[in-house]
Design a protein around this ligand. Structure first.
Ligand code: DLL
Length: 433
């Protein structure tokens, strides 16, 4: 089913009219309510009243993650805190995390776009959704939750983890829909077998997987293992969380809800619009958001876009699966990790050297493993093994409490890690996804 046929199947010209109207309105709203944007727009010489059409978007300055960080925590909000109903937080590049706020209407919008996601994946009112995305500051859990409530699904808020309990619930309650990261879906299959369950007999028939990159090969693997249809969901906290784009059962690109999240694809070399169909950085403007509306937000995700009407009837453009990033962010067990964050932690600990490498691996049927290899001062190696272990443990704990990701720490002697004359190679990603 199509949740919002009017908006999702609109004629291109009508869609353009709505986008144009909303853009003008939003720019004036932002100019009036956000001092930071007012200055940004003035500096770029933009008169808000001159923004009349979606074509005028080109005149507007970009917004980047650093703009959120520099105005931490609430500086980029366009509404005072007493109008903000909910706050979420995701990783920043260093130090401060990225903070986003939702007004009551933004939460309604979130419910609406997530209902579109669920319907687009094939859910029907009355279905049961097992929501194994993490609840909390991460947007996955609550985003799916609001969508399920809006659509009239029964939601089981299992959150992520506690896999045996997760599988018992699936086996006993028979939910038809599963939401979680794609790597967790595969991991659960291993656990299911250990519990004597055959994954192919599971009640899950539709999976809605996202929050991390995954390939067509991984889709095949999940579909074969669980005997279900695996669809891709995309989103990011800065824009709303999950609910930006979703695959329909044709699985030929992710429908982006462009009446509310306007997409542009920017050539990473020239900074200009990419040629039609060519990959580039996805840049999104939120056309109706109130709490933290963003103009031309550079997502750093690389995609291409297709404006043709889809066989499912939706006219909303489709983005490709995420093909990469313009920065060095990696996603480990669904958690966004910037090497710079780890560096920040390491540099705060006496005795470590600024030479480190992150090694990420995923063995078949297991979750991602992160190893942090770090050089330490010579003297540690003359110490007792016990002290060396205590030092490793200290670094491990510090990384876990700052980034929320567990890692194995391996201390190595000075000059062990290969030096580079250019960009240091901080990440070795051995995963085949
Ligand atoms: O990951 C929101 C989300 C939750 C999406 C649940 C889907 C399902 P952040 O933590 O802010 O938000 O991370 C956003 O994750 O810029 C992408 O690099 C990556 N990402 C999200 N979905 C996908 C996907 C949530 N389907 C960042 N494929 C984004 C590849 C994805 N990468």
């Amino acid at each position: 089913m199509i949740w919002n046929e009017k908006m999702e199947c609109m004629q291109p010209q009508d869609l353009k009219n709505i986008q144009s109207e909303r853009l003008g309105e939003r720019v004036r709203y932002i100019y009036k309510n956000s001092p930071v944007y007012k200055e940004k727009l003035s500096k770029a010489g933009v008169d808000p009243d001159s923004v009349k059409s979606i074509e005028d978007l080109k005149k507007l300055p970009f917004t980047i993650k650093e703009d959120l960080r520099d105005n931490y925590p609430f500086g980029l909000f366009s509404q005072p805190l007493n109008k903000i109903s909910e706050i979420h937080v995701s990783s920043g590049t260093t130090g401060n995390p990225t903070v986003v706020g939702y007004s009551a209407d933004d939460l309604k919008l979130w419910g609406e776009v997530m209902a579109r996601v669920l319907a687009c994946a094939g859910a029907e009112p009355g279905d049961i959704l097992q929501n194994a995305y993490g609840y909390g500051l991460f947007t996955g859990g609550l985003g799916f939750h609001y969508g399920a409530l809006t659509m009239g699904l029964t939601v089981i808020p299992t959150s992520s983890g506690q896999t045996k309990r997760q599988l018992k619930i699936m086996n006993d309650f028979k939910p038809r829909i599963l939401g979680c990261t794609p790597s967790y879906a595969l991991y659960m299959a291993e656990e299911a077998r250990e519990m004597g369950l055959n994954p192919r007999d599971s009640s899950w028939k539709i999976g809605i997987f996202g929050a991390e990159p995954w390939s067509e090969a991984m889709r095949k693997e999940i579909e074969g293992t669980w005997n279900m249809s695996a669809t891709d969901v995309y989103g990011l906290s800065e824009i709303i969380g999950p609910g930006v784009a979703q695959e329909c059962p044709h699985k030929n690109g992710l429908h982006i809800f462009s009446d509310v999240f306007y997409p542009e694809i920017i050539d990473t070399q020239t900074g200009q619009a990419a040629k039609p169909g060519q990959p580039g950085e996805l840049v999104i403007t939120t056309l109706t958001k109130q709490g933290i509306p963003l103009l031309r937000y550079k997502t750093r995700d690389i995609v291409s876009i297709n404006y043709e009407r889809c066989c499912c009837g939706r006219t909303s453009p489709r983005i490709s699966k995420i093909q990469g990033r313009t920065d060095d962010m990696i996603i480990v067990r669904g958690i966004n990790v910037f090497p710079s964050q780890i560096e920040h932690v390491l540099l705060g600990i006496e005795g470590t050297q600024p030479h480190y490498q992150l090694i990420v691996d995923r063995k078949i049927g297991e979750l991602d493993e992160l190893e942090v290899m770090v050089e330490v001062e010579e003297k540690f190696f003359s110490d007792e093994i016990k002290q060396l272990h205590a030092f490793e443990e200290k670094i491990r704990r510090e990384i876990e409490s700052t980034l929320g990701v567990s890692a194995r720490v391996k201390l190595v002697e000075p000059k062990t890690i290969q030096r580079s004359e250019g960009k240091a190679k901080r990440v070795i990603d051995k995963r085949t996804i």
